[in-house]
Ligand binder design. Sequence first.
Ligand code: 5GP
Length: 145
Amino acid sequence: MIGAGHAGRLESDYIECSAHWCLGQTKTTMLMEKTLFEKIADREIPSDIVYEDELVVAFKDIDPKAPVHILIVPRKPIPRLAEAEPVDHSVLGHILLKAAEIAKTQGLEDSGFRLVINNGPNAGEAVPHLHCHILGGREMQWPPG
Ligand code: 5GP
């Protein structure tokens, strides 16, 4: 089975890498590395996972910027929001719905919370695997820095 997000390609265009499907026949493509967040989702790198299902994984940020700081990431390694495709419509909606549920389970229902998606260098994106920050437990400033 081929992961979503490669519309217009034939199954024969793909080779199976260790963890996901890749386009191409070259060794370079075969050696395509998992992203940091794929390794966390696959438990190759330890983290404090607070929620997971077939589409997303949510875990505590290693360097929290608020008393509650959780990252929710799609299992599919979409590099960033600007590279999501129409086929990603439901996973993007799922991220938002689950982010609100997770915020509730973290005790943020009444005090509120902020969701942040950094896209590209000016926004401070550091990990090229789409992730939504769930921040709460303190008052936030506006506008953000
Ligand atoms: P960005 O700046 O790309 O929006 O956010 C990346 C986030 O990933 C940062 O808040 C950073 O602290 C977090 N992060 C980076 N490496 C790790 C890691 O190995 N484990 C966890 N749990 N979070 C990480």
